[in-house]
Write a protein that binds this ligand. Structure first.
Ligand code: HEM
Length: 308
């Protein structure tokens, strides 16, 4: 059963509290972003996994938004608080249909349910610099090893938004034309390999170094990113985004995302667009992950503030 709407409303309320939002016209989270356009071309192996139309056709137009975590619209690109970078991809499937993919640079979520996420964010909100240790968030992290793993997971400074790998985190169910179904998690990686800055160099970067870099890069060359899916083994947990599957699980390539140019009217696009992790074509289905199931409700609350 999906968590009640009130839990989701409370989560977004605490996000507003943490980030001094909501701000007119802007997202409640992942507020600072940059939008580019390109296309997605499926690979031969894609149709073995799913009958989804964008995996059979020649190519689909794509709009891609990279972002920093937090609701601060002017957070520095090298601020540790914004180091879970995001990517949101909208594939145009024709006939007014679209498929959205919304990923994070961190391969797991800190907690397994919306209720625990609310508890965690509330603990953060009660752990200001004046609060004595153990602060509520310290107590929470000790009691929830998955949240501690998330906090401790390396979050290196990327050289570019396009030189990081991104992860779907939540699992989906993929069904091919023969009716075979598998659970899998998306991985998107730069074809040229990941590139990071060392910690010292990263700290010295300009507050907009990533936002400034991408237009320059695209003027030189298009950027290619490989979309793949890691397939769950029969006993792997598919409804808990805190669990990382063993590395030996097969990874199947779905296709190449080509980033070509900056979006010409990014501000209007960002304002008018709500990426929806559950905008899925036939051949890709939702899992029972309770975190995944509430994401559209949270994004819709943020969207409704933005449109006010
Ligand atoms: C209960 C869990 C979650 C909540 C409550 C939540 C909340 C939010 C909210 C309120 C927004 C702003 C949406 C908008 O205004 O359009 C957002 C955006 C975003 N979230 Fe989440 N989120 C959750 C889980 C996740 C997960 C698991 C991922 C990564 C796989 C993720 C990645 C992102 C990204 C990349 C964006 C920016 C999308 C864009 O560019 O428009 N979120 N989230």
């Amino acid at each position: 059963e999906p968590a009640s709407v009130s839990v989701v409303e409370k989560i977004v309320d605490v996000q507003h509290q943490l980030f001094s939002g909501p701000r007119p016209g802007l997202r409640s989270n992942h507020t600072k972003g940059i939008v580019v356009v390109g296309e997605f071309t499926p690979s031969e192996t894609a149709k073995n996994i799913s009958e989804a139309s964008h995996l059979q056709t020649e190519s689909s137009p794509a709009v891609v938004r990279f972002s920093n975590a937090t609701g601060f619209p002017d957070i520095a690109d090298n601020d540790p608080r914004g180091m879970a970078k995001g990517i949101a991809i909208r594939l145009d499937l024709g006939d007014e249909e679209y498929h959205d993919l919304v990923f994070s640079s961190v391969p797991m979520f800190p907690v397994s349910t919306p209720e625990l996420f609310l508890e965690m964010l509330t603990a953060v909100s009660q752990s200001g610099p004046d609060v004595a240790s153990p602060k509520p968030i310290e107590t929470f992290l000790e009691a929830h090893p998955s949240a501690k793993r998330f906090v401790q997971h390396p979050k290196p400074f990327p050289k570019s938004f396009a030189s990081l790998s991104y992860h779907g985190v939540n699992a989906f169910r993929f069904i091919n034309a023969q009716g075979d179904a598998v659970y899998g998690r998306y991985i998107l990686s730069p074809v040229e390999g990941e590139q990071h800055l060392d910690a010292e160099t990263g700290k010295q970067q300009h507050a907009d170094y990533l936002v400034n870099e991408l237009p320059q890069r695209l003027q030189q060359n298009a950027v290619l990113m490989r979309l793949s899916v890691q397939l769950a083994g029969p006993d792997d947990e598919v409804n808990d985004a805190t669990v990382i599957w063993p590395e030996d699980r097969p990874v199947v390539e779905l296709g190449l995302l080509k980033l070509e140019a900056m979006h010409e009217d990014a501000a209007a696009f960002e304002r008018a667009t709500m990426f929806n992790p559950l905008a899925l074509p036939d051949g890709i289905e939702i899992s029972d992950d309770p975190v995944l199931r509430v994401r559209p409700a949270a994004y819709a609350i943020s969207f409704s503030h933005r449109m006010n």
